[in-house]
Design a protein around this ligand. Structure first.
Ligand SMILES: [Zn+2]
Length: 204
């Protein structure tokens, strides 16, 4: 396994890095100035830079289980995702936030399982998706796909609970986008907040 990764690294150093050398040099000298915060699931099947054909310096990426947005809670907890949101919005001054869920998300599926006492961090984390669950429903593929969509809307709503996000959205300097990446189709559906429907993005 490691051999495969090292072979990839070797290829990166030999072929890819030389092509980007000047670009990296500029990014080091001028610092990063990404315009988009991409908040996605940690699932290994999601490759944001492959999906959007972006490169070094373009996306500020936060990934966690389920692409969940925790509530704004300035307490003593270790809030990695929240810290990233603050940094992207206040320090980097991104103009767009994409919250991207995906089909066949394990975190969404787990919302329908009984909490496992051996994984307290997971159980606690997953409560961030509870509002998307269809109560009383069995986790059929249709229910799961619907829950994935509802979760994207729920996380966007929670993002608006961050004062610095709400302020910039109201000022018109920050746009929020809810996406659902359909793994098996290689397409992205975007939430239309007016209608609540998910419509294809980037297919024109
Ligand atoms: Zn996932």
């Amino acid at each position: 396994m490691t051999e495969h990764l090292i072979a990839g690294l070797r290829q990166f150093r030999k072929e890819t890095f030389p092509r980007f050398r000047e670009h990296y040099q500029r990014l080091v000298e001028e610092g990063q100035r990404p315009t988009t915060l991409f908040l996605g699931c940690a699932d290994s099947r999601i490759v944001p830079d492959l999906l959007m054909q972006t490169g070094p310096g373009e996306l500020f990426i936060i990934r966690n289980m389920g692409a969940f947005v925790p509530p704004f809670e300035p307490d003593e907890g270790f809030h990695g995702t929240s810290a990233g949101i603050e940094f992207a919005v206040l320090t980097l001054g991104v103009t767009d936030v994409v919250v991207c869920g995906h089909s066949h998300c394990g975190a969404i599926g787990a919302l329908y399982d009984a909490p496992n006492p051996h994984t307290p961090h997971i159980s606690r984390w997953l409560t961030l998706g509870n509002g998307a669950r269809l109560e009383g429903a069995s986790p059929t593929p249709e229910v799961l796909r619907e829950t994935e969509r509802r979760s994207v809307a729920l996380q966007l709503e929670r993002l608006l609970g961050y004062p610095m996000v709400r302020t910039r959205v109201e000022e018109g300097t920050l746009s929020l986008h809810g996406w659902l990446y359909v793994l098996e189709e290689g397409r992205v559906l975007g939430l239309d907040v007016e209608t609540g429907a998910f419509v294809p993005v980037g297919e024109d």
